[in-house]
Design a protein around this ligand. Structure first.
Ligand code: HAM
Length: 429
């Protein structure tokens, strides 16, 4: 029998679980600060929920099987379809805009590579019912505030933003046929990972005119909105998109996150449902895969049969963020911590030790004691390695000798005091 977890699946020993909890607490804390409320859905869904609109890449990675009722089912590879279904089914009854978040475990049969596992936890933050670009700015600011919450700065992480509508308008302007758009998006997506000449060739081989390819690469090479505007400012069909982007950047500045954000038209996002502004967060050193990705998906609720409504959101995984935090020494180590350890120099006092422990626990303190007879010195050592702040010692002479008192030792400075039971149980921690 194999002794290891399946490839791409993790065992969470206490240190790893503490790291996961640290990241997830940061997610919850920041989402709460922005007024988002938590929801969840089923981990197993009907297969067609994903075949409808997620895109081929994710569908190819599904854990899929037939259940005993003959239904084709899949482990959720992402949360967005579940979210869109849930909100679409009850939109009229929900307070709008809907601001919900979730932290599901997701499953994708990925090729083995750094930063990509076959299960991960993903913060999902989504807004439904707001077409204004203010919602896009709010969403990106939240993602960036998670970075700040875990100690990262604008020199560690960059948000790269683009707009699918703007890219669509650019492609139309360069007279690239609709049928070639999927190829162009696939090529743009590879822009910082593959040589440019090879990508240009893929486009021309695919039937895109060489002059269109050249213009496209020039435009996409723009490092800022101003640069792009200077290049294409005269094109009326782009005016509306430039205005939206300009306002987006203004609002990001108002929210205090503009330092983190750059225009990058090579960000197209792999999932098929995005319709507007899209973004990804990467480490600035380019060492890791994407930390986070999301954008606007205004058509998805209707596609899944719900009430049509504008929507946007992002997903942020725990895997890459964890790698980045560890590499920057920002991941806290699991420190053992305990309020009290109860010890005794007389094994006949075990039941008294347990009663004292129970009283302290009843007062809300964390308490341990030795579960089998041990020398007092061993018990004190165990207390120290358990991270106990104080050790309550029942000494035969003090406790049974009639006085009913205990010695309380503070491990940090070794100081001791003798207290009566009623004093101890009213002690502040
Ligand atoms: P995604 O880009 O597929 O988007 O995933 C979002 C993030 O989840 C990635 O940036 C990465 O941090 C993490 N992630 C994805 N796959 C893996 C994996 N195999 N192993 C480790 N981490 C992974 C979505 O899933 C969209 N549904 C996000 C969204 C929400 N869009 C709108 N609302």
């Amino acid at each position: 029998m194999s002794r290891a977890a399946l490839p791409g699946f993790r065992d969470f020993y206490p240190q790893e679980l503490a790291e996961r909890a640290y990241v997830m607490n940061a997610w919850r804390e920041v989402a709460g600060r922005y007024g988002f409320v938590e929801y969840d859905g089923p981990p197993l869904e009907p297969l067609e929920l994903y075949t409808a609109k997620s895109g081929d890449e994710i569908v190819g990675q599904l854990y899929v099987f037939e259940d005993k009722g003959g239904r084709k089912v899949a482990l959720r590879p992402e949360m967005t379809p579940t979210f869109a279904r849930m909100v679409g089914a009850k939109l009229n009854a929900l307070r709008k805009p809907v601001r919900w978040f979730s932290t599901p475990q997701l499953f994708r049969y990925e090729r083995q590579q750094k930063g990509r596992l076959r299960e991960h936890f993903q913060l999902n933050v989504d807004i439904v019912g707001e077409p204004d670009v203010a919602a896009d700015a709010e969403l990106l600011a939240l993602a960036i505030d998670v970075m700040r919450e875990v100690g990262l700065t604008a020199s560690d992480v960059r948000a790269r933003v683009s707009d699918r509508r703007l890219i669509g308008a650019l492609l139309a302007h360069f007279e690239i046929a609709e049928k070639d758009h999927p190829l162009v998006y696939a090529v743009l997506d590879k822009l910082d990972r593959e040589p440019r000449a090879a990508l240009e060739k893929r486009l021309t081989d695919g039937g895109v005119a060489p002059h269109a390819v050249r213009s496209l690469f020039e435009a996409v090479g723009s490092k800022s909105l101003d640069e792009l505007r200077t290049r294409l400012g005269g094109v009326r069909a782009l005016d509306g998109h430039f205005e939206t982007m300009t306002r987006y950047f203004e609002l990001l500045r108002a929210l205090g996150v503009d330092d983190w954000v750059r225009l990058d038209l090579s960000v197209v996002r792999g999932l098929a449902y995005y319709t507007g502004i899209v973004f990804e967060l990467f480490d600035t050193a380019g060492e890791f895969r994407a930390i986070c990705g999301g954008g606007r998906y205004d058509d998805l609720l209707a596609t899944l049969g719900g009430t049509p409504a504008p929507a946007l959101g992002f997903g942020m995984g725990d895997v890459v963020l964890g790698e980045l935090l560890r590499s920057r020494k920002l991941m806290p180590a699991l420190e053992p911590a305990l309020d009290y350890w109860v010890a005794s120099d007389d094994e006949a006092l075990l039941s008294d030790v347990m009663t004292v422990a129970a009283r302290l626990r009843g007062g809300g303190h964390s308490v341990e004691y030795s579960l089998r007879p041990q020398q007092l010195a061993r018990q004190l050592k165990a207390a120290s390695s358990a991270g106990a702040a104080q050790v309550v010692i029942l000494l035969r002479d003090q406790w049974s000798g009639g006085a009913g008192t205990m010695t309380v030792k503070t491990l940090a400075d070794g100081s001791e005091r003798v207290v009566r039971g009623d004093e101890l149980f009213n002690f502040p921690v």
